[in-house]
Design a protein around this ligand. Structure first.
Ligand code: DP6
Length: 399
């Protein structure tokens, strides 16, 4: 029919951030709904350095739902993708039936084309599923005209994705309802709260792909009694302490809890049977470096945290960034010296005293770290108004 051919798709583009947990999520009580065994807390990273961009188009002429990720068409029948699509459409239908005039009734019956890219290399091994699912859910909601609480839907894509629905400092409250309606993310403080806080992502050169989080945490729930103890008796108190440390901008308290929680998460991995190792010799060297650096100054200036891979994420205050970056560069001499080693927010030059180098006293480990991304806390998902940034062209297919 001629009408169908001339109809322009309805197109929306949004971006969403990566987040890094300082109180870790590890373990589900319900696999389908993705309900965790403990609450968690994260910092949303700035999208200038790390983000996912997603364009969604709807049109009466589309035959089926389709998705392209980083330039390649992927299987739309993936259960977690299906959960997000189904839940957004369900919510839109409910809002429309409740009389919400913002919901785009026409597009509700249409198929969608989804196209998504990251502004950081997938090879860097940075968790992209959180930003990816947050961006998908946020963009779909905009397409259908649904507003309000969406973290419960993002959670069903990937647990940690619910925390990428907000900027700044975000907690994921585990909830206790069986249907998961109370397992939602909530902002603790906005991204403007602690402007001096800086984040350095140390991209490690990994030799092999580690066990994925989904299957790793399944084995941990089944076999680790340390994980059970952690979820029941350790995390509840740490959530309170961490919220308080952030509220007061108490770096020493924030840093110590962050490191202890990362260490306990990796201890539960070792307590898993068969054990899971995410930390390698480079990670161990970074841990030693941070503790020796802090000891040298007699105060906690720097903290590390590691997820299900060997990359380290470092928290520090702005005034310590130049020196610490140079410490890392000294103890992990890169292949390419200089500018290429540091990406993101500019880092001023600093010189290292012999006293500091000797105080740390580690043997340099050449090429252990590929590069550093320097960033800070940032905002939650955003709509991109500029049509030139769309990833789908006006016919609804990838550009
Ligand atoms: C170690 O959210 O990737 O990064 O819910 O199965 O998709 P699924 O797992 P995922 O797990 C993240 C685990 C972690 C800790 C964290 O981000 O809290």
């Amino acid at each position: 029919m001629p009408e169908e051919r001339t109809e322009q798709p309805h197109i929306v583009t949004c971006t969403a951030p990566v987040n890094i947990a300082v109180i870790k999520y590890w373990g589900k009580r319900n696999e389908d709904l993705i309900l965790p065994i403990n609450s968690s807390l994260s910092v949303t990273l700035h999208q200038d350095q790390l983000k996912t961009t997603t364009t969604v188009a709807t049109s009466r002429s589309f035959q089926e739902d389709r998705i392209w990720l980083n330039g390649k068409e992927e299987d739309i029948t993936h259960p977690r993708l299906q959960s997000c699509l189904r839940e957004i459409r369900r919510l839109a239908r409910k809002r429309r039936n409740d009389g919400d005039s913002g919901v785009d009734s026409a597009s509700l019956s249409h198929k969608v084309h989804i196209c998504s890219v990251n502004n950081f290399p997938t090879a860097a091994g940075l968790a992209s599923s959180a930003a990816g699912f947050a961006c998908l859910v946020y963009t779909l909601a905009r397409v259908f005209g649904v507003e309000g609480e969406l973290s419960g839907i993002a959670r069903q894509g990937s647990g940690s994705a619910c925390r990428s629905m907000y900027g700044g400092f975000v907690q994921w409250i585990m909830g206790n309802k069986e249907d998961g309606k109370d397992s939602l993310a909530q902002q603790v403080e906005p991204e403007t709260h602690w402007p001096e806080l800086r984040i350095l992502v140390l991209v490690a050169s990994a030799e092999r792909k580690p066990v994925g989080s989904t299957s790793g945490m399944q084995t941990s729930v089944k076999t680790s009694c340390l994980l059970k103890h952690r979820a029941e008796s350790v995390v509840p108190g740490r959530m309170v302490e961490m919220t308080e440390a952030i509220r007061k901008k108490d770096f020493a308290a924030f840093a110590e809890l962050t490191m202890k929680d990362s260490n306990q998460f990796h201890a539960t991995c070792l307590d898993t049977y068969p054990p899971i190792f995410y930390l390698n010799h480079v990670s161990q060297q970074i841990i030693s470096l941070v503790h020796r650096y802090n000891k040298h100054y007699g105060e906690t200036r720097v903290a590390y945290t590691f997820d299900a891979g060997p990359n380290a994420v470092i928290f520090t205050l702005q005034q310590h960034v130049p020196e610490f970056v140079h410490v890392v560069q000294h103890f992990f001499p890169p292949e390419t010296n200089g500018a290429d080693f540091i990406k993101g927010l500019p880092v001023n030059c600093a010189s290292l005293s012999e006293e500091l180098k000797q105080g740390i006293g580690l043997e340099p480990m050449p090429k252990g770290i590929n590069y550093i991304i320097s960033t800070k806390a940032g905002p939650g998902p955003c709509v991109v108004e500029d049509p030139t940034q769309q990833l789908l062209s006006s016919d609804g297919f990838p550009k």
